[in-house]
Write a protein that binds this ligand. Structure first.
Ligand code: VG1
Ligand code: CO
Length: 544
């Protein structure tokens, strides 16, 4: 195989964010932009010659072109084997599973997750390490340094590879395997859950489900598992064909973006169970007839009921949540006497805890949950967890949630996002918040008395690495919290996220409307950060 070395000059904007590098497609299409980043990934790795790299993406616009380029670069850099999902498709959790199952050296996942796709929208790329999880900060920091000094990249002069036919080919020292994108993942799910029980419950009409794949990657996975294997009626999975632009939508499984599903689930005669997943298949939204389960509650309910699931029947070792995620799971951990960890936002922080078996389940408020079965969050896994739980408990979703609240109290929760905020204004907002921190403890608004105010810093209990400046936390003496942080996945300006949470223990008050219950805290948040005042906006772009 002929390889060629091209000279290049660095781009200064290739710093990976919460989950890899995300930019507009047009940015990635600039000459040498993708090549620089991919070569910088390889330059940050040691001893990968002759080893296996997994490759796949969420199928968005530019996925196929990018995969062909990466194949040629991986070949030139000396990988021995490439395992690629058919059509260049692998959901993020499926890619994590493939890396683990085939003991690959690592993987490159092409995704901008829930961000829109298409020629004028977003693209993304991230590197996952041999445990199947997103590379830790130590790696992404080194990678960023490499992007700033890169001077050449290598590419093999080989033909484009046919991504659409499952099979193997060899080019000199390189073996390329195109694999079925769904089969290994479906096999893993069948080992974790009681498929026979779920199947019976669907056949008996106890479960009647709708799954919105949002024209994204989980379509083929959900069709196969939910319809073909578990027997849900044909058409239960809708928007099931992955499209390069996700049908023009925003493949983010929340009530703001998955309106089709939301309408179905809040109609009269709604199905018993509804769910949706995101662009790359790692997020989930769980709904029952006329009820939406917040992701934070979903995590807590899973933790409380883990023993009902075959894979976790012997119990779980501990739980973790990202810092802005509600404290609902903490209450379960306390009751079950389990360790509970609070990590910064982003799945990469769960990897060490899972590898060291300090935790079995983990999750984020941003519609992500997962377990030790892979090292990414996993949308369909969460859906199957709930189906298994409903089948075991023989109860509707609403009853499961209400029983949980009665036992543990309810963490009423919402997140407000202000998107595409001018960068300077966003940084000023954060500085303004930072300056107030030392003066806030003891300050009160009505019943809300500030107990602590700090900037979250995390020390990894396994490798002692420190991640500072991970968001601003304001805690109140009644257990309520307001958290502020800037997104690390947006591609236009800055996105300010405000996370609001109130703990309700009074069992006569559990059914409150969350908007009303949180209104006072929302006002306090504005007094503290002045986002409306400083941007002239009257409301958040998205409330989840
Ligand atoms: C967001 C979420 C975070 C999640 C990340 C990647 O990050 O808040 O919880 O891990 O997206 O998810 P940020 O920095 O924009 O808040 V995904 O499904 O986009 O890979
Ligand atoms: Co995602």
């Amino acid at each position: 195989m002929q390889t060629k070395t091209y000279n290049t000059t660095p781009y200064d904007d290739q710093k990976p964010g919460t989950s890899g590098l995300r930019k507009k497609v047009k940015v990635f299409q600039q000459p040498r932009y993708l090549e620089n980043f991919v070569q910088s990934i390889f330059n940050s790795l040691d001893d990968f010659q002759g080893k296996t790299l997994v490759l796949g993406g969420d199928g968005r616009y530019f996925n196929r072109q990018a995969i062909q380029i990466i194949i040629k670069m991986a070949a030139a850099n000396g990988f021995g084997e490439l395992i690629i999902g058919q059509g260049g498709l692998l959901s993020t959790p499926a890619a994590s599973n493939i890396i683990r199952k085939y003991q690959a050296f690592g993987g490159i996942v092409l995704s901008a997750s829930h961000n829109p796709g298409g020629p004028d929208e977003d693209f993304g790329i991230k590197y996952n390490v041999s445990n199947g999880g997103p590379a830790p900060e130590k790696f992404t920091d080194a990678l960023y340094l490499n992007t700033k000094t890169i001077s050449s990249y290598q590419i093999a002069e080989i033909d484009d590879v046919d991504l659409d036919s499952v099979g193997e080919l060899s080019i000199d020292h390189l073996k390329i395997r195109i694999i079925d994108s769904v089969a290994d993942y479906a096999e893993l799910m069948a080992k974790i859950f009681d498929f026979e029980l779920i199947k019976q419950s669907i056949a008996a009409g106890l479960i009647n489900l709708r799954f919105d794949a949002m024209h994204a990657i989980t379509g083929p996975y959900a069709k196969h598992i939910l319809e073909d294997v578990l027997g849900a009626e044909t058409g239960s999975v809708f928007n099931a064909v992955p499209l390069e632009d996700f049908g023009g939508g925003h493949p983010d499984p929340n009530m703001a973006h998955a309106h089709e599903l939301t309408k179905i689930m809040f109609a009269d005669n709604a199905p018993t169970f509804g769910a949706a997943s995101d662009g790359d298949g790692d997020r989930n939204m769980i709904m029952g007839a006329n009820i939406f389960v917040t992701p934070s509650d979903s995590l807590a309910i899973m933790a409380a009921n883990a023993r009902s699931i075959p894979a976790y029947a012997k119990g779980i070792s501990g739980v973790a949540r990202s810092m802005p995620t509600s404290q609902a799971v903490d209450r379960v951990a306390a009751a079950l006497n389990l360790p509970c960890y609070e990590t910064p936002t982003g799945w990469k922080f769960f990897g060490n805890l899972l590898d060291a078996d300090k935790i079995t389940l983990c999750g984020e408020e941003s519609f992500g949950s997962g377990s030790n079965h892979v090292r990414e969050k996993d949308g369909l896994w969460a859906v199957l967890f709930w189906l298994n739980l409903i089948a075991r408990k023989r109860q509707p979703v609403a009853d499961i949630v209400h029983e949980h609240w009665q036992k543990y109290g309810r963490d009423i929760y919402c997140r407000h996002d202000y998107e595409a905020v001018d960068l300077d204004i966003a940084n000023d907002i954060v500085d303004h918040l930072r300056r107030q921190l030392s003066r806030l403890p003891g300050k009160s608004w009505g019943d809300y008395i500030v107990k602590y105010a700090d900037e979250f810093s995390y020390t990894d209990p396994v490798d002692n690495s420190v991640s500072a400046n991970q968001g601003i936390r304001i805690g109140f003496s009644n257990g309520s919290r307001i958290v502020f942080r800037l997104s690390g996945t947006g591609t236009v300006g800055a996105t300010l996220r405000i996370y609001i949470e109130k703990y309700e223990r009074d069992i006569t008050q559990l059914d409150q409307d969350s908007g009303q219950a949180l209104a006072e805290l929302v006002e306090i948040a504005e007094l503290l950060c002045e986002v409306k005042k400083r941007t002239g906006r009257t409301e958040p772009d998205v409330i989840t």
